[in-house]
Design a protein around this ligand. Sequence first.
Ligand code: RB5
Length: 141
Amino acid sequence: MIAVGCDHGGFALKQEILAHLKERGLEYNDLGCYEEKSCDYPTYAKAVAAEINEGRAEKGILICGTGIGISIAANKIPGIRAALCTDCFCAEATRQHNDANVLALGGRVVGAGLALKIVDTFLDTPFSNDERHIRRIKGIE
Ligand code: RB5
């Protein structure tokens, strides 16, 4: 299960991402927002984090205008490793090295074509399980 959330700045891109997940046959839970009316990104960062921390989702995708605010909010929550990605290299590396469990995107930064490739890279790349990466992740906690 993939938990997905956004604020108004990420709403349009979220619609593209949900359609893409559906096309891929991946299960998701859309936690809002559900319209482009102005709203507060921490609300959705917390909702997605709870899905992961309470075992209802394995990964999350969060989108705001830049991806910055919503990733800052998510990373304040223990257990969440949110990676703001603007390219596939970072999406791949953050799965392999950081075992990131949340992908953050900026709806006003990346176009839908690139965003969907970033999403696929993030979802399809496993954690390396290398001892040094495990040690560093433990160091964060
Ligand atoms: C909303 O205007 C915008 O500030 C928000 O989506 C995000 O970019 C914050 O980091």
